[in-house]
Design a protein around this ligand. Structure first.
Ligand code: ADP
Ligand code: C5P
Ligand code: MG
Length: 209
C-alpha cells in the first residue's frame, strides 16, 4: 500500500450472469497489482465440508444466509486497518470452500468487493465507498449463466435451469434487484461496457495519483 490513508472500497454487484466478475477483472487488469485487491463474496460462501455432496446439492446458494458476511466484513475492516487477510478459496463443483487453502491478501489502496448480495446486508453496504450495480436484462443473464456454468462450474443445462427457476430467480427479485436503489452507479450490460469500465478505471487512477 502506497498511502497511509484508509483504502477506497468499491462494491460491484448485480444479478448472476450480469458480468460483475468480468467487470472486476477488466478493472484489475488495468491497475497495478500493488494498488488493488479483490474480495469476491463467492469466496465467502459458508464452508460445507462437514456435509455430504448430496446435502450440499440441497443448499440454497441464493439466500443471504448462505454467505459468511461476518468474515467478509472482518476482512474488509482488517485491510482498512492495514492488516493482511487470508481470503478463502471456493470450489463451485464441490460446493464448498477449499479447506487449508487460502489466498493471502495484503492491504492495498483500492479494495473491490464483488458479489450478488453485497447491498442487501446493511453492515456490508456501509463499508462500501462506491457502489456499482451491473444491470443486465434477465434473458441475457440466464443465457450467459447456462454457458458459463456448463463451461466453468461443472453443470448441465437442466441443472442450471432447475436451479434458476427454484432459487436463483426468486432470490434475484427479493434480495438483489430491490437493492439497486442503493447503487451510486448503474453499469448496463457488464463485462464489455468499455466506456463505463474506463470511467471507473480513471476514477481509481485519479485517487492513486
Ligand atoms: P457474474 O459474475 O455477474 O455472474 P460473469 O462476469 O461471470 O458474471 O459473466 C457471465 C458470463 O457472461 C461470462 O461467460 C462472461 O464472459 C460473459 N459476459 C460478461 N459480460 C458480457 C457482455 N457484456 N457481453 C457478453 N458476454 C458477457
Ligand atoms: O458469479 P455469480 O454472481 O453468478 O455467482 C453467484 C451464483 O453462484 C449464485 O446465483 C449461486 O446460485 C451460484 N452458486 C452455485 N453453486 C454454488 C455456489 C454458488 O450455483 N455452490
Ligand atoms: Mg461472478
Amino acid at each position: 500500500m502506497t498511502k497511509t490513508k484508509r483504502p477506497l472500497v468499491i462494491g460491484i454487484t448485480g444479478g448472476t450472469g450480469s458480468g460483475k466478475s468480468t467487470v472486476c477483472r477488466a478493472i484489475i487488469d488495468n491497475i497495478p497489482e500493488e494498488n488493488i485487491a479483490t474480495l469476491e463474496q463467492d469466496a465467502y460462501y459458508k464452508d460445507q465440508s462437514h456435509l455430504s455432496f448430496e446435502d450440499r446439492l440441497k443448499t440454497n446458494y441464493d439466500h443471504p444466509l448462505s454467505f459468511d458476511n461476518a468474515l467478509l466484513i472482518n476482512h474488509i475492516d482488517d485491510l482498512c486497518k492495514g492488516i493482511s487477510v487470508e481470503k478463502p478459496i471456493y470450489d463451485y463443483e464441490l460446493h464448498t470452500r477449499k479447506l487449508n487453502e487460502t489466498v493471502n491478501i495484503s492491504p492495498k489502496d483500492i479494495i473491490i468487493v464483488e458479489g450478488i448480495m453485497i447491498l442487501e446486508d446493511e453492515d456490508l453496504r456501509d463499508k462500501l465507498d462506491i457502489k456499482i450495480y451491473v444491470d443486465t436484462e434477465d434473458d441475457l443473464r440466464i443465457l450467459r449463466r447456462i454457458q458459463r456454468d456448463i463451461r466453468e462450474r461443472g453443470r448441465t443445462v437442466d441443472s442450471v435451469i432447475e436451479q434458476y427457476l427454484s432459487t436463483v430467480k426468486p432470490a434475484h427479485d427479493q434480495f438483489i434487484e430491490p437493492y439497486k436503489k442503493y447503487a451510486d452507479i448503474i453499469m448496463p450490460e457488464g463485462g464489455h461496457n468499455e466506456v463505463a469500465i474506463d470511467i471507473v478505471i480513471s476514477k481509481i487512477r485519479s485517487i492513486l495519483d
